[in-house]
Design a protein around this ligand. Structure first.
Ligand SMILES: [Zn+2]
Length: 300
């Protein structure tokens, strides 16, 4: 009898264990179904956010294009490099469309300095709005790794190992320039106006926005983003020691990569020299190697 009871006991325990296993499997299946449903909702929500962003971006720029069309026919336009002012007829017009939903990009080739500037609708926006426009862009889009050209621009300065250098537009963590130069023992301070959080997270020495006295400044793929290059060069002048140099590399010393509203000036022809003359610099070195084009400006 004892053995029989024991057998029944074992049978009961085994049944209970089976039940527990079945229940656990059911709970797991239910949890998995809930997770799948949440993932599907999240995917749908992300698609809706992307669609909404695209819609409102295009709606804003389409409305602005409609508003600017009658204004541009009569309004005097002023070159942001040399100050040459004329109505639209006085400039050769270059037209593109913005890949990032920014509508029509009408730019102007300046007969006074050879630069191409615009679109005017983008130049007219205030800094705070443009900052948000970049935030939206960089929330989805990362620039390609441009470490090689950034390093090349830095090396064109023939830097002094004891000097302090400013990396202007250091990027949102999409290149290895800062860690490479730090590893070589250079004293580099980073500035990235449009992805400040990313650059701070990288552990780089971040520029405080005030301190000057730099021995050099370098940038890559940045100069074409300036909406007021004269004011920007004057600011660089104030940040550099007398005689110090700055190197700005960009393929946009030619009229290329014109399909984005974020490129507001193309320094063709005489314009790098004219910009330098107007802001207390001199072009002391230039290099062109395919898409790598670099000018070195010395502070007078
Ligand atoms: Zn001009």
């Amino acid at each position: 009898m004892v053995a029989g009871l024991s057998w029944f006991g074992r049978a009961g325990a085994s049944q209970a264990a089976d039940m527990a296993l079945v229940q656990a499997a059911e709970r797991e299946a239910a949890a998995r179904a809930e997770a799948d449903a949440l993932a599907a909702r999240l995917e749908k929500l992300e698609a809706q956010v992307a669609l909404t962003e695209r819609y409102f971006t295009e709606a804003f720029w389409t409305a602005l294009d409609a508003a600017y069309e009658p204004i541009l026919k009569h309004r005097p336009l002023t070159c942001i490099v040399c100050g040459h002012t004329a109505t639209r007829d006085g400039f050769e017009i270059r037209e593109d469309r913005c890949y990032f939903g920014g509508g029509r990009l009408e730019r102007y080739a300046c007969p006074g300095c050879d630069c191409v500037f615009g679109p005017q609708k983008y130049l007219d926006l205030d800094e705070a709005f443009v900052g948000k426009d970049y935030q939206v862009l960089y929330s989805r889009y990362a620039e390609g790794d441009s470490t090689a050209n950034e390093l090349r621009a830095f090396r064109s300065l023939n830097a002094d190992p004891a000097g302090r250098y400013l990396d202007w537009g250091a990027g949102g963590g999409w290149n290895r320039t800062l860690e490479t130069l730090k590893g070589e023992g250079w004293n580099i301070v980073a500035h990235e106006p449009n992805a400040a959080a990313a650059i701070a997270e990288s552990g780089a020495q971040v520029w405080d926005g005030v301190t000057g006295g730099f021995d050099g400044i370098f940038s890559n793929n940045v100069i074409e983003h300036f909406r007021d290059p004269v004011a920007q060069f004057q600011a660089f002048h104030a940040l550099l020691k007398p005689g110090a140099k700055m190197a700005h590399a960009s393929p946009c010393y030619d009229y290329c990569f014109a399909f984005t509203r974020f490129h507001s000036v193309f320094l063709l022809g005489r314009s790098p020299n004219i910009l330098a003359e107007r802001t207390g610099f001199k072009v002391v070195d230039s290099e062109r190697d395919g898409e790598y084009i670099n000018h070195v400006f010395q502070r007078l």
